[in-house]
Design a binder for this molecule. Structure first.
Ligand code: NAD
Length: 262
C-alpha cells in the first residue's frame, strides 16, 4: 500500500512547472489525479497518459479556466463524478505581471487577483462540504515568498499571495476541529516557464546573457543561490497529506533557500 492509495486530488495549473511536479509526486504516492491548466491538447494528453501508466493511478484532465468561477464549480463536480470524491485540493495555478503600480494595467490586476487569489476561494468553498462529510481533507495553497514579503513592480502578485496566506489561516481555523487541514507552501525562485519569462526580460533589459540574468536573479534574493525544484515542492505536498502533518494547520511554509530568513 502506498501512502495515498484510495485518495483523489485536484491539482490546479498542473500542465506545467510546480503543479506538474506536485501532481507527479501525489500520483507516485498512489493518489488519483485531476490535472488542470492550459497548453497544447496533445502534449497534455501525453502527460496524462504517461502519469497514469507509469504510476498506475487514474488521471483525468479538466480544462477549467480558473478565472471563471462557474468553470471551477463544474471542475469540482466533474472530478467528484469521475473519480468519486476530492480528498486533496492543491491550489497552484498562477500568473505573473510586472509593472510599477501607477502604470499597472487594470486588466492584468484583475486577472492576477482572479487566478492567484479568488480561484482559491472558489475551489475551497466547492470542496469543503464533501471533505467535512468524510471528516478528512487536505488543502494546500501554493502561495510564494511574495505572500510573506514584497518586491517592486509585483503589486497584484504580492497582494494576491498575501491574500492566499490570509485565506489559508481562516480556512485552517474554520476546519481546526476536523480532519481537514489547510496550509500554504511559499516557494522562492523555481525554474519554471513563469520565471524563465522574467529571466528573459531581465537579460534583454540589462543586455546581459541568460546565464548572467539567472545568476543575478538568484543572488539578489535567494541566499542558497540555487533554485527550489518542483520535485521538492511535490515531496512537501505529499508530507502535508500524511498523518505526520495532521497538526500542521494554517502554516505558510517557505521553500526559498533562505530568502525570507533575511
Ligand atoms: P507555470 O507558468 O509553469 O505554471 C502555471 C500553471 O497554471 C500552468 O499549468 C498554466 O496552464 C496554469 N494556468 C495559468 N492560468 C490559468 C487559468 N486561468 N486557469 C487554469 N490554469 C491556469 O508557473 P509555475 O512557476 O509552475 O507557478 C505555479 C504556482 O507557483 C503559481 O501559483 C506561482 O505563483 C507559484 N510560484 C512560483 C514560483 C516560481 O519561482 N516559479 C515561486 C513562488 C510561487
Amino acid at each position: 500500500m502506498k501512502l495515498l492509495n484510495g485518495k483523489t486530488a485536484i491539482v490546479t495549473g498542473s500542465t506545467s512547472g510546480i503543479g506538474l511536479g506536485i501532481a507527479r509526486a501525489l500520483a507516485a504516492a498512489g493518489c488519483d489525479i485531476v490535472l488542470n491548466g492550459f497548453g497544447e491538447a496533445s502534449a497534455i494528453e501525453r502527460e496524462r497518459a504517461q502519469i497514469a501508466k507509469d504510476l498506475s493511478v487514474r488521471v483525468t484532465f479538466n480544462s477549467a479556466d480558473l478565472a471563471k468561477p462557474a468553470e471551477i464549480e463544474k471542475m469540482v463536480e466533474t472530478a467528484t463524478r469521475e473519480l468519486g470524491k476530492v480528498d486533496i485540493l492543491v491550489n497552484n495555478a498562477g500568473i505573473q505581471h510586472t509593472a510599477p503600480v501607477e502604470s499597472f494595467p487594470i486588466d492584468r490586476w484583475d486577472a492576477v487577483i482572479a487566478i492567484n487569489l479568488s480561484a482559491n476561494f472558489h475551489t475551497i468553498r466547492a470542496v469543503v462540504p464533501q471533505m467535512r462529510q468524510r471528516n478528512w481533507g487536505r488543502i494546500i495553497n501554493v502561495a510564494s515568498t511574495h505572500g510573506l514579503v514584497a518586491s517592486v513592480e509585483k503589486g497584484a502578485y504580492v497582494a494576491a499571495k498575501h491574500g492566499v496566506i490570509g485565506l489559508t489561516k481562516v480556512v485552517a481555523l474554520e476546519t481546526a476541529t476536523s480532519g481537514i487541514t489547510c496550509n500554504a507552501i511559499c516557494p522562492g525562485w523555481v525554474l519554471t516557464p513563469l520565471v524563465e519569462k522574467q529571466i528573459k526580460e531581465r537579460a534583454s533589459r540589462e543586455r546581459i546573457s541568460l546565464d548572467q540574468a539567472k545568476a543575478d536573479l538568484l543572488s539578489e534574493k535567494q541566499p542558497s543561490h540555487e533554485f527550489a525544484t518542483p520535485e521538492q515542492l511535490g515531496a512537501l505536498t505529499v508530507f502535508l497529506c500524511s498523518e505526520a502533518a495532521d497538526q500542521i494547520r494554517g502554516a505558510a511554509l517557505p521553500v526559498d533557500g533562505g530568502w525570507t530568513a533575511q
